[in-house]
Design a protein around this ligand. Structure first.
Ligand code: KG4
Ligand code: ZN
Length: 356
């Protein structure tokens, strides 16, 4: 089985052909990615209109490049998978309309993939991670713990009550003058700094449950920087980056301990995998802390390689393949969705009280 996947929900235009080979190393037949970094860099963040236009400009040639690299005709694909949300709606529409046109013209089924499901299943593309597993999904827009029971069956255990962790990295980078995207730049600078120099808050640490909060931490970074004033040196900034990353890791480890307890209570010995996914899962310090935490809890960390953590076409093709294998296809009027939670019931909860 061969599935073409298209991803255009944020600032990467990406495409891949993925198959269901038994060996995970053989599954990505070919992939192409155009990062719009240079287009957005002058604005310090992603500009939705620029993103949509860049997707239009690059998607067709990326699809052509992907099939050429595979040495296969487009007709070899058994289905066309595409991110149908959540994300920047203009970009999502570009990918979805392209995929619908391809599916219609080729007479192939369309699979409208939830971008978050792409991240959630990427550990199965990379390493056949068995269900159920505990997933920490950490990206620019999301920060959640989910119990993943099967394809399409997600139970949210905790989420952020304000900023996502990737957003905190990006905002910290902006304050430190490191440009966009901030995560990798903060991580690099943090390696040279003293993580004990600034006493930054660990939001929600020790509180029950596994929700997150990062807006206070971001403010603390801003105040520390203001306190340093115009004379802040590169060494000061490295110490602040290191202190920030240490506070993030400390917070995530505390929340993860709670999430593991909640997950174990539900699934017992059945689920022994902790999975990380999403752009922030590319962070080496986070990966090594979680590896240790998982081992201490008799679990195994399953982390896709960093190139599969940040947005890519292969994860969308793979999620499409997993859905297609279960007979799940979509009609050509599948909507583009700016919001699309993996666990709609959990999302509905905060409003339930308000209605009563
Ligand atoms: O999953 P992703 O590529 O796009 C979204 O769906 O949001 O995640 C992007 C986020 C950005 O906030 C970026 O700064 C962060 O992931 N990120 C990192 C690292 N690499 C990317 N954060 C921390 N350390 C990294 N090495
Ligand atoms: Zn993403």
């Amino acid at each position: 089985m061969l599935v073409l996947g298209i991803e255009t929900s944020c600032d990467e235009t990406a495409c891949a052909l993925v198959c269901d080979a038994a060996d995970p190393a053989q599954r990505i037949v070919s992939h192409s990615l155009f990062s719009q970094l240079r287009e957005h860099a002058p604005y310090g963040g992603v500009v939705p209109e620029i993103a949509s236009r860049a997707h239009i400009a690059h998607l067709d040639s990326l699809i052509g490049e992907t099939v050429r690299k595979a040495g296969l005709p487009l007709t070899a694909a058994d289905a066309i998978a595409v991110t149908a949300g959540p994300g920047l709606i203009g970009g999502v529409m570009v990918g979805l309309m392209t995929a619908k046109a391809l599916a219609y013209a080729l007479g192939k089924p369309l699979i409208a993939v939830n971008h978050l499901e792409g991240h959630a299943l990427s550990a199965r593309l990379a390493a056949d991670t068995p269900f159920p597993y505990l997933l920490l999904l950490v990206s620019g827009g999301h920060c959640q713990f989910l119990a993943v029971e099967d394809v399409g069956v997600y139970h949210r255990l905790g989420t952020t009550i304000d900023d996502a962790v990737g957003e905190a990295f990006d905002k910290t980078a902006k304050l430190l003058g490191l440009g966009y995207p901030g995560g990798p730049a903060v991580e690099r600078l943090a390696r040279q700094g003293d993580a004990t120099r600034f006493a930054l808050p660990r939001p929600l640490k020790g509180k029950p449950g596994c929700d997150f909060s990062f807006s206070g931490l971001k403010t603390a970074v801003r105040l520390a920087l203001e306190h340093l004033g115009a004379g802040a040196t590169e060494a000061d900034k490295a110490d602040l980056a290191a202190s920030f990353q240490a506070a993030v890791l400390d917070t995530i480890m505390d929340r993860a301990r709670h999430a593991i307890a909640m997950f174990s209570e539900r699934f017992g010995r059945q689920g022994r995998h902790l999975v990380i996914a999403g752009g922030v899962a590319a962070n080496a310090a986070l990966r090594s802390s979680l590896t240790e935490l998982a081992a201490r809890n008799d679990m195994q960390l399953s982390a896709p390689p960093p190139s599969l953590c940040t947005d890519n076409g292969a994860m969308i093709a793979w999620a499409g393949l997993e859905r297609f294998k279960r007979g799940s296809v979509d009609s050509l009027d599948a909507p583009a969705r700016a919001r699309w939670p993996l666990d709609p019931q959990a999302e509905a909860k905060p409003f339930a009280g308000a209605k009563a």
